[in-house]
Design a protein around this ligand. Sequence first.
Ligand SMILES: Cc1cc2nc3c(=O)[nH]c(=O)nc-3n(C[C@H](O)[C@H](O)[C@H](O)COP(=O)(O)OP(=O)(O)OC[C@H]3O[C@@H](n4cnc5c(N)ncnc54)[C@H](O)[C@@H]3O)c2cc1C
Length: 426
Amino acid sequence: MAWDFSTEPEFQAQLDWVEQFCRTEIEPLDLMFPGAAYSRDPKARALADPLKQQVKDRGLWALFLDRELGGPGFGQLKLALLNEILGRYRSAPVVFGTAAPDTGNMEMLAAYGTEEQKRRWLYPLMNQEIFSAYSMTEPQGGSDPSLFQTHAARAGDHWIITGEKWFTSAGARADIIFVMCTNGMFVVPGDAPGVEIMEYPQLHNHIRYNDVRVPADHLLGPEDGARVLAQRRLGGGRIHHAMRTVAQVKLAFDMMCERALSRESHGKTIADHQMVQEAIAESYAEINMLRLLVLWTAWTIDNSTTREARTQIAACKYTCAKVLREVSYRALHIMGSLGTTNLTPLQAMWASAPTMAILDGVDEVHKVTVARNVLKGYQPHPGLWPSEYIPAKREEARKKYADLLAADPDLAAWADHAARAMARGH
Ligand SMILES: Cc1cc2nc3c(=O)[nH]c(=O)nc-3n(C[C@H](O)[C@H](O)[C@H](O)COP(=O)(O)OP(=O)(O)OC[C@H]3O[C@@H](n4cnc5c(N)ncnc54)[C@H](O)[C@@H]3O)c2cc1C
């Protein structure tokens, strides 16, 4: 039987270990020393590095990369199951070597880099000796790549990059930045002369590239290949966000159910009030719809390619934003006044829902992708009536049974009766 919703026992044992490890090691680190896992400070590294080593010792490091790309080759489905746990904890993706934006950049390098480029950037990124950023969006337009202007001009054995990018996550602290130009994808050292970090925004940086000079071998993939590389990069990134969103909505759901059983109002627990039950029932169904969509998409990538799973990935992208918005809002609401504070994860989770609908491409664009691709499998109906127009189908069915109806008056009467009953309905 090919349809199997169970997890093999060996991998379930790994997941059980991950759950325990995140609860006992990563959550306390996040609560006491937020940002330590990302920090270059030696004292912070001394706290986080032993945890990363434990992950490596379990063979769970950089799980997103296929074996031929340098990872353990577990595939996207196993990564999805892992991310259902990691997505609850802020620094878990870094401790497991699966954090954005490095993951997408590594995928791009692994797929398109020369051996020398991989040696120079991929392996140090995998080992978190360096960190990276991805610079695609421009201030004058993010959703339409044809509006991008950043360009690289060839000058002997160098390229000179000129342009302006915006919302480059962690750009200010990146050792290398993948800069999407109109004529190719380039790797730019963060400290190259001409890289100017603007004051705002501070987390997702506005960067001016003022005639930044990079050697010719900093072009990644073919000249003019930036869009293909970007698709490759963003496809993986989107499904990873969706996997981590499953973790977030499950957390919200757990909090919602615990609270519903813990509070009383008008003589009974709020879990006994029907509108609270509705919130729980709707959330349960929505979370599982999202989860199965994400797992099916991950399975499709494992069994074909990211490109072939494009429609599903796009559907995951806007569905995860929607389910996050709905479920986190219900959980926050059921938590009452406490839910509106930053004393539980819910307020931040709800506030992140609009962000999820914008980053990696706005929902509208992904909905267009889904509708266009889905419609390729359909044709307009040839005549005036839709192909499911019942009177026309009945005419066809009558022809199929013509001999039988002619030979058997009982069956003919039955068919006539059914036709009259149908006609009376309209
Ligand atoms: C937290 C966060 C992190 C990010 N990190 C990065 C990063 O690391 N690197 C990077 O390059 N970018 C990054 N981005 C930028 C992100 O990719 C862009 O914000 C996104 O592509 C949308 O571009 P925009 O913000 O210019 O919105 P716009 O393109 O201005 O769109 C604004 C609104 O216009 C409407 N709209 C736009 N196009 C269409 C359409 N075709 N059909 C219907 N409606 C439409 C939608 O309502 C949309 O929400 C990040 C964004 C966020 C929020």
